[in-house]
Design a protein around this ligand. Structure first.
Ligand SMILES: [Zn+2]
Length: 331
């Protein structure tokens, strides 16, 4: 017992001594080694910043990037850019404007007023959304670029208000129905290339769907913007049915259905698989679904109300789901 104990102690002492010796040798051995000693390194940054000598910059850059890049990102998050752009001109020559928020890789578009002055509340809703996200840029997830197009059919707005841009409901003409169409008297939401027919319907009323799919300037401006920017999700605001419909060109489009359900649940509107009150030809969301772009049509409950909070909840739900998908994919 005693012998064994002493032997053990000796063994550990030896081990400890060896370890100390090893560390010492290592230290002594490495001490004279660095040919690029500390003085040289501290001297480099000072001269690098003042004279930008090409040789030392990589060293400074390599050490600086990991520390400073999170700061650069957080600056971007605090101030996501909000930009305004004219996408093109309507048939009547009025600007079709877009407001962009954030700079993430997933592009989402919210479109008001495709039915112009007839559904003017969707234009005011879009302007309220623009104001809201301008004041709350932090609500745009980092993975999202949100674009809001308030007046997809400005000719129809001019017809009932006398001008483009923001308006007061008091300015509206008594009969807003003619404001549904563009300056060619074409319904922009019957001019897309899914089951297009030259004559379309609103209930039994025959309406002009244009001379061919995409014959109208407004349709082309919207289509080109969506395709050029790889917009993945498009929300069209209409009124009034208190329901949300997914794009569907003769075949259920699951991505559109998923977005429609999400929006309907959050906003408190009904979700409906398809619109069956009368045949719809040349519909925008249906064509987008045929291009595998998630598209929905949100029919507000009223024609004279903006229903902002409900729709903000709908938009928030869609943005949150898309950004979660993005972070899931990144993992
Ligand atoms: Zn409509």
């Amino acid at each position: 017992m005693g012998m064994a104990h002493t032997a053990k102690l000796t063994f550990y002492r030896c081990l400890a001594f060896c370890a100390v010796l090893f560390v010492l040798t290592a230290c002594i051995g490495s001490a004279p080694a660095p040919p690029i000693p500390i003085p040289t390194r501290t001297a480099i940054p000072a001269s690098a910043f003042s004279t930008s000598t090409p040789v030392p910059t990589p060293v400074v850059g390599e050490t600086a990037i990991p520390e400073s890049s999170p700061e650069i990102q957080s600056v971007d998050l605090e101030e996501p850019f909000t930009t305004q752009e004219v996408l093109g001109r309507s048939t009547g020559g009025h600007p079709i404007e877009a407001y962009h928020f954030g700079s993430g890789p997933i592009s989402v578009a919210l479109i008001g007023g495709i039915h112009g002055g007839y559904e003017w509340n969707t234009v005011l809703l879009a302007y309220e959304m623009i104001d809201y996200f301008s004041e709350h840029p932090d609500e745009i997830p980092a993975s999202i670029t949100l674009t809001i197009i308030p007046e997809a059919n400005p000719d129809g707005i001019v017809l009932v208000t006398g001008h483009t841009g923001r308006f007061d409901p008091g300015e509206l003409a008594e009969n807003t129905f003619p404001g549904r169409f563009n300056a060619n008297e074409v319904d922009i939401n019957r001019n897309w290339n899914c089951n297009w027919e030259p004559v379309a319907f609103i209930f039994e009323i025959e309406i002009n769907a244009g001379s061919a799919p995409f014959s109208e300037a407004e349709t082309r401006v919207l289509r080109n913007f969506i395709l050029k920017n790889d917009v993945t999700t498009v929300v069209f605001w209409h009124s009034q049915m208190s329901a949300v419909f997914p794009g569907d060109c003769d075949a259920p489009h699951e991505p559109s259905r998923a977005v429609a359900r999400l929006y309907a649940d959050a906003a408190g509107y009904d979700y409906l698989d398809s619109f069956d009150q009368y045949p719809v030809s040349g519909d925008a969301a249906n064509w987008l679904a045929s291009q595998d772009i998630a598209a929905i049509e949100v029919e507000l409950a009223e024609r004279n109300e903006v229903e902002f909070e409900q729709n903000l909840d709908g938009v928030r739900a869609v943005l949150a789901a898309l950004s979660e998908d993005a972070s899931g994919a990144a993992r």
